[in-house]
Design a protein around this ligand. Sequence first.
Ligand code: TXA
Ligand code: MG
Length: 366
Amino acid sequence: MSTDKSDSTPLRSSAVINEAVQSLREGGLVAFPTETVYGLGADARNPEAIKKIYAAKGRPSNHPLIVHLAAPDKYDVAKIDWAALLSPWVRDLSEDALLLVNTFWPGPLTLVFKKDKSVLNELTGGQDTVAIRAPAHPIAQELLRKFKGGVVAPSANRFGKVSPTSAADVRNEFEGMLDLMVLDGGDCDVGIESTIIDVSSGDKAILLRPGVITPSEILAKTGIKVYQPGEVHKHEAEALPKVSGSLLAHYAPTTPLRLYSPGRVLDALSEFPDIKSRVAVAVFDSETSLVLEDHPSIDVEEVIVSSNSSAFASRLYRSLRDLDQQGWDLILFPEPPAGEEWDGVRDRLQRACFGSGPSSSNHDSN
Ligand code: TXA
Ligand code: MG
């Protein structure tokens, strides 16, 4: 929630949300905060509204969207009948899938189910499955509750670009292109997109996108083993749905971005022999300061980043966006340490490196 909660009266904020609900009902787009990143929302039962999302993002129409749902009322989380809420969207809901839902919703976990036949092909990219999540952010929940239906919401950024984690980021992303209603819920806590797990086979749960909810946490809380795509049989892997975030180049800034191994900043710089006068180097707060005095030709500025994986994730896109605006010639980030809790961050950083640089707009916006 925004920190100025105290001076915005409930009446005023609910009037704004009512307006957003009205806009969704009329087939409009509304950007709203979730605990992960901001989403660009549209009525999941309205094909024309869904087309507007693809057009606004510049996203290929075969890349499916996530349906966002909320419980109908202010609730006691333990008492929500998620199976009933899912039934208009999902068929063959397995026991394991329901256990995941009951354990982690609302929260930053998206599940891919076999879809009910009423679910629009426009949102599933023609696949037989549908991705669904219940966001934990109170503004997202209020919007969804009042709308009384599913809202598709990709991250509110242009295709291939860094996801927005504040209302201002969303406005910058679509400035001059789209007259968009943006609900302001302050900065997102989680900071990277939800974990995605495919439960559509009814058999194995398979990780499609790492996030802050990790396979270990899932195993500890539910006893369910989540497989990496590399761990399943070839025929199972081939059957896996497409994930647009699985493109190599994604989440990318325009400034070239590279990773350096611990203590090896100079090695990373040597990749750029004709360097490069202004370099921003992110440094873990646990590290002692860099020693770069023997590289007089480079103007290096250190940016301290957290050595706690959740705190790092929470600030990652904010840092990338801000650094991208500051006119650096090169941005260096430390390679995340080994360990599953860093997988979500590592995944986003590697893709951001791959797609970064002035040509990044060509990589992905086709
Ligand atoms: O945290 C999040 O999940 C955010 C917030 C706004 O909820 N949303 C988000 O949406 O990241 P988007 O569209 O940027 O990413 C959705 C991902 C894509 O990688 C897409 O391919 C995958 O979900 N996806 C959607 N439907 C799918 C399906 N039926 N099967 C497999 N993957 C699917
Ligand atoms: Mg996205």
